[in-house]
Ligand binder design. Structure first.
Ligand code: ATP
Ligand code: MG
Length: 212
């Protein structure tokens, strides 16, 4: 998070959290579409740490590496190691957003999320607090119940004064789950993930049926 605040006015920062197991082109395309649409100065990707009791998630440093490899050549995209290096048992979005807003007290935060995550939000720790810390931009994800998302958004707006936009993004029907199943079945993931991610998965022999 070495952000130089050279601009006189407020910066607009996109925040994109996720497990990124692995990062794929729909994550990147969604982030870029929203960055452009909202005129964001940067998008910060924040890979989640490893939950202590979940063994099925790939090691956090490898997930982090793949996010870094995917964003290295794009100055608009930054990667935060905040959750990766935290020694907490579990990282909650609200704590991470608080950290970002303390780090950048004068900037406007835009939390980017897929509509699936929005539908789960009521289970998050202190979830209402998130709305005080950031504006939410939810990308409508193929296969996710749109009506349910709309109802949730309406409730969040009315009850918690949430600032949420729901938008269509020209995103692809890719998920990390789908990528993992392709790899496991020996199928190609070319053009679904950045080529460096594809190479990394091959070199490190990831997702090959053996979960580690
Ligand atoms: P998994 O299948 O393992 O759950 P995922 O593809 O959903 O992986 P996550 O790391 O869980 O990826 O998601 C990080 C963020 O990116 C979430 O807010 C999620 O909703 C969003 N996201 C993931 N895939 C897409 C997509 N195809 N279109 C729009 N948003 C997406
Ligand atoms: Mg997911």
């Amino acid at each position: 998070e070495s952000l130089r605040l050279s601009k006189g006015s407020k910066l607009k920062l996109g925040i994109m959290g996720g497990t990124f197991n692995p990062i794929h082109n729909a994550h990147l395309a969604t982030a870029e579409f929203i960055r452009d649409k909202y005129d964001l100065d940067k998008v910060i990707f924040i890979p989640a740490g490893d939950p202590p009791h979940k063994k099925c998630v790939l090691n956090k440093f490898k997930r982090f590496d793949m996010v870094v490899l995917s964003t290295l050549k794009n100055d608009d995209f930054l990667v935060s190691d905040y959750e990766i290096l935290s020694d907490k048992e579990r990282d909650y979005t609200v704590d991470t957003l608080r950290h970002i807003s303390e780090t950048y007290p004068n900037e406007e935060l835009y939390f980017i999320t897929g509509s699936d995550a929005l539908n789960q939000m009521e289970t998050w720790k202190e979830f209402q607090e998130n709305f005080k810390l950031a504006k939410f931009v939810a990308a409508i994800r193929p296969g996710i119940n749109l009506l349910e998302t709309q109802e949730n958004v309406e409730t969040f707006r009315q009850r918690y004064e949430a600032d949420i936009d729901m938008i269509y993004v020209p995103s692809l029907e890719i998920s990390s789950t789908y990528i993992r199943s392709l790899v496991k079945n020996g199928r190609s993931i070319k053009y679904l993930v950045p080529s460096r991610v594809e190479e990394y998965i091959n070199v490190h022999n990831l997702y090959g049926g053996v979960v580690r």
